[in-house]
Write a protein of this length. Sequence first.
Length: 221
Amino acid sequence: MIRADRGTEPTVLSSKKAAWDNAVAEARTKQAKKAAFAKVRHQQIRTALEEAFHGKCAYCESKIKHVSYTQIEHYRPVSKRQDLAFCWDNLLLACGRCNGAEFKGDQFPEADADGPLLDPCSDDPTDHLDFVFDPVAGLTTVAPRTLRGQVTVRTLGLNRPDLRTYRSSCIGKLAVLAMLASEHADCAALLAEAQRGDAEYSAFARALSASTEGPPGTAAD
């Protein structure tokens, strides 16, 4: 997870929000309410979010579109805050795993449960999370620094086994580049590319250079 800029609210959302809110309020059946909420999936909104998050899940930083469909995620679920269904500041791009029933779904722990979850558009994730690569185990770990970080990692499954395995494979290769970057310009260039906001798992790539404990970006001995 990295800090992100959601960008400018799409015109369709600003122009239609009042009507869409009214449609939700007037819906009398579960099916009608579902159809009213679905208006947030408008292509203009989806495109704006895909551009803002570079096609990555706002939570786990996995690229989505080459293997699945992007999901428009309500940071605060509409089951808890119906009034935020069409609020631009409440919308993120997410993958089906982070946003699915197995993990976030309709969960939203509040302050009394050590929440709220981190919002990459208003929080700096590095204030709450460390992105650690252990070269011995060959594993990446999103390590909480705060209680909010801990709740976020657990609720979103940011260390779920399948994600961790794939992410570790990617970052393991970058760790080699980080060790060679000071002596090889091409390695430094590749590492810099991996640290860009549009790159998969850029939080870990950035941590490779930022770490001062042992070799770049590795866990302390």
